[in-house]
Write a protein that binds this ligand. Structure first.
Ligand SMILES: Nc1nc2c(c(=O)[nH]1)N[C@H]1C(S)=C(S)[C@@H](COP(=O)(O)OP(=O)(O)OC[C@H]3O[C@@H](n4cnc5c(=O)[nH]c(N)nc54)[C@H](O)[C@@H]3O)O[C@H]1N2
Ligand SMILES: Nc1nc2c(c(=O)[nH]1)N[C@H]1C(S)=C(S)[C@@H](COP(=O)(O)OP(=O)(O)OC[C@H]3O[C@@H](n4cnc5c(=O)[nH]c(N)nc54)[C@H](O)[C@@H]3O)O[C@H]1N2
Ligand SMILES: [Mo]
Length: 765
């Protein structure tokens, strides 16, 4: 067998792989030799590069093609598609952009287009779409992510930035040997560390956890799932009611204040507004004392556990880790603000292994040791218009053209959307309350999707443009938060008429007479050179030439000598290294946020009851946690072998507590119907006492597969159940994790899963 390190490399959000190809197609993906813990997710693509789920020709929904834009929109997702040549698709799209732009203005084109697409700085589908639309008058964009929208809006008011601090998270090297107590709200589920947006050279999350454990760090997993922490860490498991973390954090603060364990010197030197928060915690401002008894009744943790935890945190070097999931909840701003406040009270911010970290639970980079890289990317061009919506307000935008809404201190209005275009994302995966979204989906006259496989998003479009996968193109994988730069090689030939997103837009741009503006005369190779040059110019060390990089396959961008400790420089000199907040300090009270006058997000961290939680679970008694899937990234590769292997009876597994199962006569392996007023889906039961009683867990990612429009999802997409509401007027983030449901055994013949059966495709003679 030949040396695998001679094989070409490819990269994706779940890792870097050596790829063996046969007859123009990748047949084997081997973990990168520098990766101690490669993820199996990668090879999930091998069996679906071609076959029935692959889209190989441009497709147009029958009524749209025959009767024009806006025809029979209610049939989206059910009607046959007609395969057409590229020239036809390009001409019809060009005409429709021209019509909408002329009659309604470009704000009526929504291309916020949220989604993870694929790794690679050039072939990044959403950037390609946005660049193209900027050459033809612009579009309405989106702001923020589904990952942590509430934090992206909130944390800059407290720390001056959010992104800066996920790029400078205290590294595992700093935790190892320094951190005594690692308190993880939302745990550190190693399934998630398989992922990094943009690239992973070496997976380090497990290694970091093990090294810390071996050096004596004690872990506490606070959350509904024991499996959110590796067994071998011997973690304590506290399982409060989901969504009650802000109340627990308030009570921890209360204990510190009453026992005089808070660090007044730190608070006065590095923060402002502590008195306002303390008055709230002590009940002086609203008459409610946020003590351990108060929190115990909200969270269903014992008061002693809370006071004891506060004392332990004050007595030892403590890292507070807050999972990103805490932001994807009603009032998702509050857990982060409260956690930062508590960390400031402990006075350990900026120390080795202590302070706070955002999302050790989430990605490989959080805790990884790297020098932040300023990587070049495809330019999106000047924006002719700057309309936007907060990313998770898509349904509301479609429902309410011209409607007013508030966001982070701004009064804004929704555009009158006529066209929706997605490239590299899947709202039928990521958005909440899909049945409501489906109703709103009838509003636009034209929906276009660039995709490589028949996702629900593609099926519910009018025009589907067949894209390539990252295996089918050359690119550069680089991200700010991973030390490896990977030269990605084309290892498979694209099937049929599939084109990469650049060529897709180049064709439409040509039709519209703006090809040169779109391409600037560059082809793929020119753009890659340009992107790499920009990166080289800004790099801290000399990067190899592109030719050399291609030859070597990768470059390891050297991390700093000292392990990273978040906010160390600020703590060393808070004047010279002032934060980008109005005061230059950590804002425990924010005049800015207070001035917005939002009762759902006032001037300091507060406890607000979530819209749905176990404290108001009268009608639907179970709290649904729809966390990230272990065998795939979101909906990507759900149709591939790795994800399919993880299904039970072809459907999404659901974990139930033994008591909740017994109370409903449900047994291991039963097909169950999960339901609430918003919708229902099927799943297959795993019974386990490693979940908190009253909580059920069902990962995201199963391709949406309704029995009829708005009906039961046969496959198990939990977003038919989740609620579509903003976290608050400040962040307007999605709140998937605040969701109540009930379950029952599904009786009778279960309907066949058809998620992976392509739509009917017709051909014109
Ligand atoms: N209930 C619930 N819902 C959630 C969450 C949750 O915790 N619970 N989490 C949320 C979070 S954090 C996120 S980030 C979102 C993720 O939501 P998304 O990012 O929208 O999900 P993906 O499945 O990654 O969608 C990416 C799509 O891009 C396609 N694609 C990949 N490469 C290319 C390419 O090169 N060109 C083109 N044209 N297409 C490409 C893929 O096939 C896939 O369909 O989901 C959110 N939804
Ligand atoms: N394998 C894999 N990894 C992924 C992804 C994927 O799709 N697949 N997606 C990536 C993306 S886009 C993102 S944004 C990150 C997300 O990273 P996270 O947001 O951290 O991921 P989740 O799995 O949604 O949540 C982590 C855990 O938080 C716990 N939790 C939920 N609600 C609460 C609560 O109210 N309180 C407490 N204390 N705990 C709670 C749940 O038990 C859950 O397992 O993951 C990334 N990693
Ligand atoms: Mo995310």
């Amino acid at each position: 067998m030949s040396d695998p390190t001679n094989l070409p490399l490819t990269a994706n959000h779940w890792g870097t792989y050596r790829v063996r190809s046969e007859e123009g197609q990748a047949v084997e993906m081997l973990g990168f030799e520098h990766d101690p813990d490669p993820s199996p997710i990668g090879s999930g693509i091998l069996d679906v590069q071609t076959g029935p789920t692959r889209i190989t020709e441009p497709m147009i929904r029958e009524s749209w093609l025959e009767s024009g834009p806006g025809s029979n929109n209610e049939k989206r997702g059910q009607e046959p598609f007609i395969a057409v040549p590229w020239e036809t698709a390009n001409r019809l799209i060009a005409d429709d952009i021209t019509r909408i732009s002329r009659d309604y203005g470009n704000a009526s084109i929504y291309a916020g287009c949220y989604g993870w697409a694929s790794a690679g700085r050039f072939h990044h589908a959403p950037s390609q779409l946005k660049r193209f639309l900027n050459t033809v008058g612009g579009y309405t964009n989106s702001f923020g992510t589904y990952s942590f929208a509430a934090a992206e809006a909130m944390v800059p008011h407290i720390l001056g930035s959010f992104r800066d601090f996920i790029a400078t998270t205290t590294s595992w090297e700093s935790i190892e040997g320094n951190c005594d107590l690692f308190v993880a709200f939302g745990g550190v589920p190693v399934k998630n560390g398989q992922i990094e947006s943009g690239a992973v050279g070496a997976h380090v999350q497990k290694k970091g956890l093990r090294a810390a454990h071996a050096a004596g760090t004690h872990f506490i997993n606070i959350g509904p799932l024991r499996s959110d922490m590796m067994d071998e860490l011997g973690a304590e498991w506290l399982a409060p009611r989901p969504g009650t973390d802000p109340a627990i954090l308030m009570a921890l603060a209360h204990t510190l204040i009453t026992e005089n364990l808070h660090d007044e010197a730190f608070l006065s030197r590095y923060t402002i507004g502590f008195e306002r928060f303390a008055a709230y915690v002590m009940g002086e401002s609203d008459g409610i004392v946020k003590d351990a008894d108060w929190a115990a009744s909200i969270a269903e943790l014992s008061a002693d556990t809370i006071t004891d935890l506060a004392r332990r945190m004050a007595a030892q070097r403590t890292m507070i880790s807050v999972a990103w999931s805490l932001t994807r909840q009603d009032h998702g701003e509050q857990a982060y603000w409260a956690a930062i406040t508590l960390a400031a009270m402990l006075g350990q911010i900026g120390t080795a292994g202590g302070g706070i970290g955002f999302g050790y639970s989430a990605e490989n980079s959080i805790g990884n040791h790297f020098t932040p890289l300023v990587a070049g990317s495809l330019l999106q061009g000047d924006k002719p218009i700057d309309n936007f919506i907060p990313v998770a307000r898509i349904t509301e935008m479609l429902e309410n053209p011209g409607g007013a809404f508030q966001f982070n201190g701004q009064d804004l209005t929704y555009p009158d959307t006529r066209m929706v275009w997605w490239a590299g994302g899947n709202p039928f995966h990521h958005h909440q309350d899909l049945n409501r979204m489906l109703r709103a989906w009838q509003k636009p006259e034209t929906i276009i999707t660039n995709e490589w496989c028949w996702t629900a998003m593609a099926r519910h479009s009018d025009i589907v443009l067949p894209a390539t996968t990252s295996l089918e193109r050359n690119d550069l994988a680089m991200t700010q938060r991973d030390p490896y730069i990977i030269a990605m090689s084309k290892v498979s030939e694209a099937p049929g008429d599939a084109r990469d997103d650049y060529d897709i837009f180049r064709g439409i741009a040509k039709q519209m007479g703006v090809e040169d503006t779109f391409t600037e005369g560059r082809d793929e190779a020119d753009w890659l050179r340009w992107i790499y040059d920009v990166t080289r110019q800004q790099a801290a060390v000399e990067l190899p030439t592109l030719k050399q990089l291609r030859k070597d396959g990768f470059f390891f961008y050297p991390p700093p000598e000292q392990p990273t400790a978040m906010l160390r420089e600020f703590v060393a000199d808070p004047v010279a290294n002032a934060l980008k907040t109005p005061s230059g300090k950590i804002e425990i009270f924010s005049e800015t946020v207070d001035s917005f006058g939002y009762d759902d997000c006032p001037g300091h961290a507060v406890w607000r009851e979530p819209v749905e939680w176990l404290g108001n679970a009268e009608k639907y008694p179970l709290h649904l946690i729809s966390n990230q899937p272990k065998d795939k990234l979101h909906s990507q590769l759900d149709h591939g072998a790795v994800s399919r292997k993880g299904k039970l009876k072809g459907r999404e597994p659901v974990t139930l507590h033994p008591e909740d199962a017994a109370a409903r006569g449900i047994n291991e392996g039963d097909i169950i119907r999960v339901f609430n007023d918003r919708g229902a889906c099927l799943g297959v039961v795993i019974i386990s006492d490693s979940i908190r009683q009253g909580v059920m867990q069902m990962s995201t990612g199963a391709w949406y597969d309704p029995i009829e429009p708005g009906g039961l999802c046969k496959h198990g997409n939990p977003n038919v159940l989740t609620i579509d509401k903003g976290t608050s007027r400040l962040g307007q983030g999605p709140i998937a994790h605040s969701c109540l449901v009930d379950v029952e055994r599904f009786e009778g013949e279960p309907p066949e899963v058809t998620a992976f059966v392509p739509p009917v495709i017709k051909r014109r003679s």
